[in-house]
Design a binder for this molecule. Structure first.
Ligand SMILES: Nc1ncnc2c1ncn2[C@@H]1O[C@H](COP(=O)(O)OP(=O)(O)O)[C@@H](O)[C@H]1O
Ligand SMILES: [Mg+2]
Length: 314
């Protein structure tokens, strides 16, 4: 028996979706599973190291199999660490033709909880790779990355996926919305996957917060680029992640729309008390963050040596 993509149906994924709750929940999640299968049945490109979207959608949403597995909350409120993210000599080495190349090279920094932190640098300097390491979507070759006190590399794959789904939100340059789902359904999806009650209400409120109360039932293709990115922001905040990773979130928008999205991003970050890591090649935008680093060929430099505002461990 094969599914509509010609692939055999995946009983695990279907079961996960079916255990989410009532018929409405199941239908949104299953439609999403089918959409992912359709995409993968086509000639969709494989994930790139910086290409978290597909891995995020599939892993974070559909590998949630062991719902009874106890994953310790890494940081209960009374133990909230001062630094939400700590990288120590973080290094990622890849094989490049005939040599080994350090695309993230001995990078150390700390991001204080509830603050905004920028990562700037030219194209190819390792920004997206660094973000993937922070999400546990890529593994360090050496060094450590701790998020909310948790050493991501020390977690098993299942626990790392659960940790990511529970604590980390993503915003990408390209909104990465599910085209087959409405704006409302896109925002409901991560909530339903986590089995949260009141997904429809929470998603509606968040879409209201980003100014899309009258676009709830629009499909992504009928929304403007800025509106799509607003849905992406609402989706990222839906599960109230403690850490939000944003990879050039305004990179594909015109200046005016980008400015509105940026303002919204910081407003949501403040309102929700989120730790925001913002990858951008825009130095002005980076300067609006409370701290940051600049990458050059995988190595980190202080964001602004003159101001001395970057947080470096050494
Ligand atoms: N798996 C890989 N193998 C070889 N080179 C890679 C791999 N992943 C990334 N790179 C290279 O590492 C560099 C950093 O990539 P990336 O993190 O995407 O940079 P940025 O986001 O700053 O543009 C690029 O030169 C990219 O081509
Ligand atoms: Mg990049």
């Amino acid at each position: 028996m094969t599914g509509e993509t010609g692939l055999p149906p995946d009983p695990v994924d279907t079961r996960s979706a079916a255990t989410l709750g009532g018929p409405e929940r199941t239908s949104v999640a299953i439609r999403c599973v089918r959409a992912v299968r359709r995409a993968e049945g086509s000639n969709a490109p494989p994930p790139t190291p910086g290409g978290a979207p597909r891995a995020f959608l599939v892993e974070s949403h559909f590998t949630n199999r062991h719902r009874n597995t106890v994953v310790p909350n890494p940081s209960p409120p009374h133990q909230t660490p001062m630094a939400a993210i700590i990288a120590e000599s973080l290094t990622r080495i890849v094989r490049d033709a005939d040599r080994m190349l350090a695309i993230v090279d001995q990078v150390s920094f700390a991001v204080s909880a509830g603050t905004s932190f920028s990562i700037t640098g030219p194209s190819g300097s390792g920004k997206s790779t660094l973000l993937s390491l922070m999400a546990g979507l890529d593994a360090p070759s050496s060094g450590t990355i701790r998020v909310l006190g948790e050493d991501l590399a020390a977690l098993g794959e299942e626990d790392r996926t659960r940790f990511r789904g529970r604590h980390i939100g993503f915003v990408f340059q390209s909104h990465q919305l599910m085209l087959q789902l409405t704006a409302l359904e896109n925002v409901m999806l991560p909530l339903e996957i986590q089995g949260k009650a009141g997904a429809r209400r929470i998603a509606s409120e968040l879409l209201g917060e980003v100014g899309l109360a009258d676009r709830l039932h629009h499909f992504p293709t009928t929304l403007s680029g800025g509106e799509q990115q607003r849905v992406g922001l609402a989706r990222a905040y839906a599960t109230q992640p403690r850490v939000l990773l944003a990879d050039e979130p305004t990179g594909s928008l015109d200046a005016q729309t980008g400015e509105r999205i940026t303002a919204l991003l910081f407003e949501l970050q403040r309102n929700h008390g989120t730790t925001l890591v913002l990858v951008t090649h825009d130095e002005e935008l980076a300067a609006r963050c409370e701290a940051g680093i600049r990458l050059h060929a995988g190595k980190s430099l202080p964001r602004d040596p003159g101001a001395g505002s970057a947080q470096r461990m050494r």
